[in-house]
Design a protein around this ligand. Structure first.
Ligand code: MRU
Length: 350
C-alpha cells in the first residue's frame, strides 16, 4: 500500500519546465515556469529546485530547453556539438548530487546516438525527460515499500534535511519510507532536524509532512543525541546526494554527526536513495566533491546578520558518512546491506 502525496515538485508542461519555488517555502507555495536553459542552470544553482533526484530531473529538462534554443542550427552536427557543450555546462550547476550528472549524461547519450533530424532529437530528449520524471515517482514508491518493512511499529523516525517529495519529483526517498510506513501504521511519527544553515528540515520537511498530516516534531540539529539517549528515536532515515561504490554517503552537512550519535546509541541509521545516486565510478567517499556554499548562509538568517561582522566562515554544504555507520541503503532494488562493495555491485548487475 502506498500513501498518495499531492506534491509534484517538477514537471514538463507544454514546452517548458514548471517547478515549486523552494526558496519561499513555508511562507508561500508557488510554482514558477522555467523556459530557458540558462534559467534552469540558475534555478538549480540558487536552489529554487534542490534535492538530488529533483535537480537530476531539472538538469534533464534544462537540456531540452537548450535544445529548443538551438533548433535553428545550420546542421544536425552543429546542433549536436553545441548541445553537448550546453549539457556539460548544465552538469556544473551544482557539484555534489550525482543525479544531476547522471540525468544530463542520459540526455547526452540520446544526442550522440540519435539518427533523427533536429526536431526529432528534441522530441526524443523531451520524451526521455518525461520518462525519467515518471520513473522517479515509481522508484520512490518502491524505496518506500522496501523501507517500510524495517520501520518498527509506532516508531519515531529521525530525519535530516529534506529528502521528501520536494527533493524529488514526488513522494520522496527518506520521506517516501515515512509515507509508506505511515500508510501501514499511523502511529509512527517523525523528528525533523532543523538542518542549518539553510534549514531545509525546518522549512521544507515540516511543511510537506504537515501538508500530508503526518505527525512531525521539529528539533534543532544539536538535539539529536539528547533524544536518542532518552530512547525517543527508534531509527534514522536520510537521503543521499552521492554514494560511493563502498557505500560511503554524502548527504547534507550534519548527517555524519547524526550517524555517529545513532551508532553510539545502537539506533539503526539508514540511507534511502535511488540507484542513480550511487556513483560506482568512485571507490570511496573521499572522492566526492563537496560544495562550498556562500558565507552569508551562515552569517545571516532571513537577511539578518546573527554574528559579529568580519568573523571567519567556512560553509561546506555536505559531509560524508562512512559506510560502517550505515545499517542499510534502501533502494528500488531492495535494502543493500554491508559489505556494500558487494551488495552495490550486485544491485547494478541484477
Ligand atoms: O542542498 P540540498 O537541499 O539540495 O541538499 C539536499 C540533501 O542533502 C538531501 O538529503 C539529498 O539531496 C537527498 S534528496 C532525496
Amino acid at each position: 500500500m502506498t500513501f498518495e502525496s499531492k506534491i509534484k515538485t517538477i514537471e514538463w508542461v507544454d514546452g517548458y519546465s514548471r517547478m515549486v519555488d523552494q526558496t519561499v517555502i513555508p511562507y508561500e507555495y508557488k510554482f514558477i515556469n522555467v523556459t530557458s536553459g540558462d534559467d534552469m542552470y540558475n534555478a538549480i544553482k540558487t536552489m529554487i529546485v534542490r534535492g538530488a533526484p529533483a535537480i537530476g530531473i531539472a538538469g534533464a529538462h534544462g537540456v531540452v530547453l537548450y535544445a529548443q534554443a538551438l533548433e535553428h542550427s545550420s546542421s544536425v552536427e552543429e546542433f549536436k556539438a553545441k548541445l553537448i557543450e550546453k549539457a556539460q555546462y548544465m552538469k556544473t550547476s551544482r557539484p555534489t548530487a550525482v543525479n544531476l550528472m547522471w540525468a544530463c549524461e542520459k540526455q547526452i547519450e540520446i544526442i550522440k546516438n540519435s539518427n533523427s533530424d533536429i526536431k526529432g532529437i528534441i522530441e526524443e530528449l523531451t520524451e526521455n525527460a518525461i520518462k525519467l520524471e515518471n520513473e522517479d515517482i515509481e522508484i520512490n514508491k518502491k524505496i518506500g515499500e522496501y523501507g517500510s518493512e524495517v520501520v518498527p511499529k509506532g516508531a519515531t523516525i529521525l530525519t535530516h534535511c529534506n529528502a521528501g517529495a520536494l527533493a524529488t519529483v514526488g513522494y520522496g526517498t527518506a520521506l517516501g519510507v515515512v509515507r509508506s510506513a505511515y500508510a501501514k501504521d499511523n502511529t509512527i511519527q517523525v523528528f525533523a532536524d532543523e538542518t542549518r544553515p539553510r534549514q531545509q528540515g525546518a522549512r521544507i520537511t515540516t511543511f510537506e509532512l504537515t501538508m500530508d498530516k503526518i505527525p512531525v516534531t521539529l528539533i534543532t540539529d544539536g538535539m539529536c543525541s539528547y533524544f536518542m539517549k532518552k530512547g525517543m528515536i527508534d531509527m534514522v532515515v536520510v537521503g543521499a546526494d552521492r554514494i560511493a561504490a563502498n557505500g560511503d554517503t554524502a548527504n547534507k552537512i550534519g548527517t555524519y554527526t547524526v550517524a555517529i550519535a545513532a551508532k553510539y546509541h545502537n539506533i539503526p541509521f539508514y540511507i534511502a536513495a535511488p540507484l542513480s545516486t550511487i556513483d560506482t565510478s568512485i571507490k570511496t567517499g573521499a572522492e566526492i566533491p563537496i560544495e562550498e556554499r556562500s558565507h552569508e548562509e551562515v552569517t545571516h538568517i532571513n537577511g539578518k546578520r546573527i554574528c559579529a561582522e568580519g568573523v571567519n566562515i567556512i560553509n561546506p554544504g555536505f559531509d560524508v558518512t562512512p559506510n560502517e555507520l550505515i545499517a542499510g541503503i534502501i533502494t528500488e532494488k531492495g535494502i543493500l546491506r554491508p559489505n556494500y562493495n558487494q551488495s552495490i555491485a550486485e544491485a547494478f548487475n541484477n
